[in-house]
Design a protein around this ligand. Structure first.
Ligand SMILES: *Cc1c(COP(=O)(O)O)cnc(C)c1O
Length: 703
């Protein structure tokens, strides 16, 4: 499928050879034989509209299997014919640049495009593309000058892509895996974590060429991310639905026309501003989309009427992003555990003021305790049973262990690169470096995938704060948590000692050696450490390097940048900037630092860095006022402005005791359930009352 001149017929011919299938051309083999007259005649007698209708009707007589069918340019315009073809077919859209189509049409002297009579070709193409984009199953982004052979290969690659996901702890051989029942995209989004405690990983990783990337340069973030994400296995999620989800997700951002801007900090250092979502951290970029993917998954499994409970531990930003993502749906309640005193006052206010189907509990402990409690609850078959039976909820996961949360992060790195190309900072094909302040290793892993797909990324730099267990690991191959305890820093969102997505990275670096993964993480669980062999360390170093930054350096970076540029970085971005500059010293590549949060989320650190005093007992309003008084070229974030005026709706506090926490969770679930039952009751009563009244009216009329 595609406009005239997109190569449908010639690509179909090559595909027929490759797949050993016959071809069938609607124009040449079908229409004229059904009609008993030529297409030109039909068009002349029926006119545009009548022709389209007749064409759709004739298309409904196509009765083919295992055949490469090339459509007419106008086939997709009428749903009836397409619905018939899509019943057993896969619609492949040959997406050729419009300029190229215009050129080819002139060359071929095409004069028979339905509707062309009145409008210029470019307008027709734009309209047609919208229609193609509503119906295709697979898009092939045709690069400039691509041979028919190459396009056909890309079609085969996309149509036949492996849809399976396996756990990083599944030790079966390939032959054994071929026999196993397997999970697809929807299954893994719904399940979150595999039963064997491993993380799901796709069998198929797509690639993209520089010339294909060239086609993404003029596009918006929404369009770019659609074209990246649809390359991945997504079961039978229709691209048209994915498109709607993406647009809906980013409609909540401060400026939906500029979702993920790249700006220059100084010299060759750039910031990808990942913080323009509703809760002002990069988590929103994924978590505005994941709930929609989740809903599609429960629909696919026929469980769309069930309730799914999300329990998350947060060092600050995941909590509010999940509350705003999942917690606003009525069938995905969210429970957040956060370390009391371990998050910034703004982060705390964002969470405790969040209404919806939500419950927020502060715990008198640190993030790792919260995270391990969540894991224990998630992995307890007894609790699952109780939640199911007494509270009518299944358990699900919103952390980046869920592929549905991780995979929307892959386009960020593409965005940074494409913006550099668009602004002329680099030529397509030249490298950029990327540095990401890292906690759970999720955001940086998106960068690793982007690089693997073919994006010209030079160095990928992992930036840590004093909790630099990753730094030690990535430089020595020894992961050692013994004797380490979490240090509180000005960058609390990366105060983490067990980065959960490291497991996916190791799976990748060992060519999917689940046996090794099992033995390392088992040893970590029992003895608190593991070592990887030299070849694995070397493999890791090919993809990422690492640096870390102490508290003083972090605050100095904030004040230094402010003095020189009048911009304010958040403390995490400052950690990234400090590490990036050191790691990329003397290199020519532009460095992009992931700006993972807006500075106003971390007022205490920012005010300290800028040498502004703050009374010990300052209220959030005072803090906000003080922050707003700072003269800066970094715009304030809309969502933070009114915090402090909002009502605290969550006040539950727990000791670090799993039983006590479970009790609180069950209290929330019970209240929620009785609310639901009450509502149901009220609805039934209302229905009954109206029936009664109807009956009375009827009796009255009869009497
Ligand atoms: C979550 C978070 C990070 C760490 O991201 P990971 O994917 O966990 O590595 C960094 N900075 C901020 C502000 C965050 O909220």
């Amino acid at each position: 499928m595609g406009p005239p001149g997109s190569g449908k017929t010639s690509v179909a011919a090559v595909l027929a050879q490759k797949l050993n299938m016959p071809t069938y051309d609607i124009d040449n083999d079908h229409l004229e034989s059904v009609w008993g007259t030529t297409v030109a005649d039909k068009l002349a007698t029926l006119g545009d509209e009548g022709f389209l209708k007749a064409e759709a009707e004739a298309t409904c007589f196509v009765d083919k299997q295992d055949t490469i069918i090339s459509l007419t340019g106008s086939n997709p315009l009428v749903p009836k014919g397409m619905e018939h073809l899509k019943k057993n077919g896969i619609a492949v859209f040959l997406d050729v640049a419009h300029g190229e189509i215009v050129r080819r049409c002139e060359e071929m002297k095409v004069d028979r495009i339905v509707g062309q009579a009145s409008s210029p070709l470019a307008d027709i193409l734009a309209k047609r593309t919208q229609i193609y984009e509503n119906v295709y199953d697979v898009r092939v982004l045709v690069e400039e000058g691509a041979t028919v052979e190459k396009i056909a290969d890309q079609v085969v690659d996309q149509v036949n892509k492996d849809q399976r996901f396996f756990s990083t702890r599944n030790c079966a051989s390939d032959a054994e895996k071929a026999q196993q029942s397997t999970e697809n995209f929807f299954d893994v989004v719904q399940q979150g974590l595999s039963n064997d405690r491993g993380l799901y990983y796709p069998e198929y990783l797509p690639s993209i060429s520089l010339k294909q990337l060239e086609r993404l340069v003029p596009l918006s973030y929404q369009e770019r991310s659609l074209r990246i994400l649809e390359l991945f296995p997504t079961a039978n999620l229709q691209p048209a639905d994915l498109r709607k989800m993406i647009y809906k997700a980013y409609s909540t951002f401060q400026d939906p026309n500029n979702v993920l801007p790249l700006s220059c900090i100084e010299d060759n250092v750039h910031q990808l501003e990942e913080y323009h979502g509703p809760t002002a951290s990069f988590k929103d970029l994924a978590l505005q989309l994941t709930p929609q993917l989740f809903t599609a998954s429960t629909k696919a499994s026929g469980m769309e009427n069930d309730d799914f409970l999300f329990i998350v531990a947060t060092s600050g930003d995941t909590g509010s992003a999940c509350l705003h993502g999942f917690g606003q749906n009525s069938n995905t309640p969210v429970i957040v555990l956060y370390p009391k005193g371990g998050v910034s006052p703004v982060q705390e206010a964002q969470m405790t003021s969040c209404e919806g189907d939500t419950c927020v509990i502060s715990v008198n402990s640190d993030f790792d305790f919260c995270q391990s409690t969540v894991k224990d609850i998630f992995n307890s078959p007894e609790l699952r049973k109780i939640f199911r039976k007494d509270h009518a909820v299944h358990m699900a996961s919103g952390n980046s262990i869920n592929w549905g949360r991780l995979f929307p992060q892959i386009p960020y790195t593409f965005q940074a690169y494409l913006e550099l190309v668009k602004s002329g900072r680099i030529q397509m094909g030249e490298e950029m470096d990327l540095c990401v302040p890292t906690g759970n290793f999720g955001n940086i892993l998106g960068g690793v995938f982007a690089k693997k797909m073919g994006l010209p990324v030079g160095k990928l730099v992992v930036a840590c704060n004093e909790n630099n267990i990753l730094y030690d690991f990535l430089t020595t191959g020894k992961f050692d948590a013994r004797g380490r305890s979490l240090v509180k820093t000005p960058s609390p969102s990366i105060d983490i000692l067990l980065p959960s997505n490291l497991e996916r990275f190791l799976y990748f670096c060992t060519d999917k050696n689940a046996g090794m993964i099992n033995s390392w993480f088992d040893q970590h669980a029992t003895q608190g450490y593991f070592d990887v062999p030299a070849d694995v360390l070397e493999r890791m170093s090919e993809d990422v390097t690492c640096g870390w930054c102490g508290e003083d350096e972090c605050l100095e970076t904030i004040s230094g940048i402010y003095d020189r540029t009048n911009l304010i970085l958040d403390p995490h971005t400052a950690v990234g900037t400090h590490v990036a500059k050191k790691a990329c010293e003397g290199r020519q590549n532009p460095i992009v630092v992931a700006g993972t949060a807006h500075f106003s989320k971390f007022p205490t650190a920012v005010l300290r860095a800028l040498n502004k005093s703050l009374p010990y007992d300052a209220s959030l309003m005072d803090v906000n006022k003080k922050m707003h008084a700072i003269k800066t070229d970094t715009a304030f974030h809309n969502s933070i402005k009114n915090l402090g005026k909002t009502k605290v709706v969550h006040k539950v506090n727990c000791e670090p005791d799993k039983e006590a926490i479970v009790t609180e969770i069950r209290k929330f679930l019970s209240a929620r359930r009785s609310n639901a039952l009450e509502l149901e009751n009220a609805a039934l009563k209302a229905e009954l009352a109206s029936m009664k009244q109807g009956l009375q009216t009827l009796l009255h009329a009869k009497a």
